[in-house]
Ligand binder design. Structure first.
Ligand code: ASP
Length: 465
């Protein structure tokens, strides 16, 4: 048998006999003739089975979405039948052989456009949903965006480093997902809300420029643009100013999205103070695009800076606005150290917004133990509580931790902007449903008695259930 030719390369093979493999996209049985559209990852091509062809018997039985290998001759289509604007619209395959590699049940919904199909049905058959052109485009675009970001960062001397998934609860501000320990019954790991502390420790360790495509897991209420799991392009740099971190990210995004053919509304990205954003837009994330720019898919990135470092929580106590590890702006360091003028302390914090979403956020960090301690004292922690919470960070900071800062970009929110999607689930391969049910598989589900026994756990009804 001939070697496999990708459908997208058939145009260069006119007159030759080739073999393709893929799926039956469409079958049109016209009695004497059977027409097909065949599909592989590179595109679509029309096939025709002529009367008397050896492939006719198979052609009569084959069904939509069957997996096939087809042998045939690549013919230029008569001028009048050329389908302009269609991939491979000017050639067709005269099918001489058709082998079914695996037959397919009838899909539960049309794979042309799945956007109106019930969410739970799409989730159950996510592997079919993902065959739809829109999902193929979104997931491939996500991969391309990530690939280009990686390439940019490697070129700038960054090192990609993975950090643990089973870890200690971090003070990131959301509820943790926890994992029971079999070796230490009654004790629990937490899944990372972000690699914040590990990436700072990598600065102590002397890597200077770190990044990772990190999974962040937060037990938050689900919304259109927020799931339990998301991916962050997480990054940290040593010996840098706020300006240098922002420049690195701005240059990466500009390079990557322009290479991908997108138009930016403004270069350099506008900078807006938190106070001005609240005055002008009533929020710290905003959409600067005109209606025409929205229609044209323009990307309107902007930086929001000068955030208050603290706000009052429900009990009237000071708490951090973004990240307890942030440094105050240099001119406000003295206030923090003295615990004065708390409401006026601004953080060296920067958020990246685009088209109405917060797509990233980061800060310069408090790299000296006494500064981080001061933050915790403002938040009302006694010294022993500070040690208990972040003693390991304070210890590390005493061993020559350089000044450092970083940022995390939300991959899904960035891809939502690139694709124009309004739901996070359209840019993740296997998202959860709105009710927190996994795609295809059926988590969460009960553990067996044996598993519970090994973990030393027993399940009791929840107070509010
Ligand atoms: N860890 C922060 C977050 O997940 C980002 C950062 O400050 O680098 O929001």
């Amino acid at each position: 048998m001939n070697e496999r030719t990708m459908i997208g390369k058939l145009f260069a093979k006119a007159g030759e006999t080739v073999s393709i493999s893929g799926w039956v996209h469409v079958r049109r049985d016209q009695g004497k003739l059977v027409f097909f559209d065949f599909r592989d990852r590179s595109g679509l091509v029309q096939g025709v089975v002529l009367p008397g062809s050896e492939a006719m018997e198979a052609a009569k039985t084959v069904r939509q979405e069957d997996v096939i290998t087809v042998t045939g001759k690549v013919n230029k289509r008569p001028e009048k039948n050329v389908q302009l604007g269609k991939a491979n619209g000017d050639i067709e395959l005269e099918v001489t052989g058709l082998e079914i590699l695996n037959s397919a049940d009838t899909p539960p919904f049309s794979l042309d456009d799945t956007s109106t199909i019930d969410e739970n049905l799409r989730a159950e058959y996510r592997y079919l949903d993902l065959r739809s052109p829109r999902m193929q485009k979104n997931i491939r675009l996500r991969s391309e965006f990530v690939r280009r970001c990686r390439a940019f960062l490697f070129d700038k001397d960054f090192v990609e480093i993975e950090t643990p998934l089973l870890t200690e609860s971090t003070p990131e501000g959301s509820r943790d997902f926890v994992v029971p320990s079999r070796l230490h019954p009654g004790k629990f790991y937490a899944l990372p809300q972000s690699p914040q502390q590990y990436k700072q420790l990598l600065m102590t360790a002397g890597f200077e420029r770190y990044f990772q495509l990190a999974r962040a897991v937060r037990d938050e209420d689900l919304r259109a643009d927020r799931g339990f799991e998301h991916t962050q392009l997480d990054l940290e740099m040593s010996f840098v100013t706020q300006e240098e971190v922002m420049q690195t990210i701005e240059s990466m995004i500009t390079t990557v999205v322009e290479e991908m053919g997108y138009t930016l509304k403004a270069k350099p990205f506008p900078r807006v103070s938190y106070a001005d954003a609240m005055k002008q837009y009533g929020a710290d994330k905003f959409d600067m695009r005109t209606a025409e720019e929205k229609a044209a898919g323009v990307l309107a990135y902007a930086w929001v800076v000068d955030f208050p470092m603290f706000e009052k929580d429900d009990e009237g106590k000071w708490t951090f606005t973004h990240n307890p590890f942030s440094m105050p702006k240099p001119e406000h360091l003295e206030s923090l150290m003295k615990g004065e003028n708390i409401e006026h302390i601004l953080a060296a914090q920067y958020d990246l917004v685009c088209n109405g979403f917060e797509t990233g956020g980061g800060s310069i960090r408090a790299h000296k133990p006494e500064i981080l301690e001061a933050t915790y004292h403002v938040m009302g922690y006694r010294q022993d509580e500070v040690e208990e919470r972040i003693g390991h960070m304070l210890k590390a900071f005493r061993f020559g931790t350089p000044p450092h800062g970083g940022i995390a970009l939300g991959i899904e929110r960035n891809i939502m902007n690139l694709t124009g999607e309004t739901y996070l689930r359209e840019v993740q391969a296997f998202p959860m449903t709105r009710s927190g049910q996994t795609a295809v598989m059926k988590a969460p589900k009960p553990l067996t008695d044996k598993q519970l026994g090994e973990l030393g756990l027993s399940v009791k009804p929840r107070n509010d259930a």
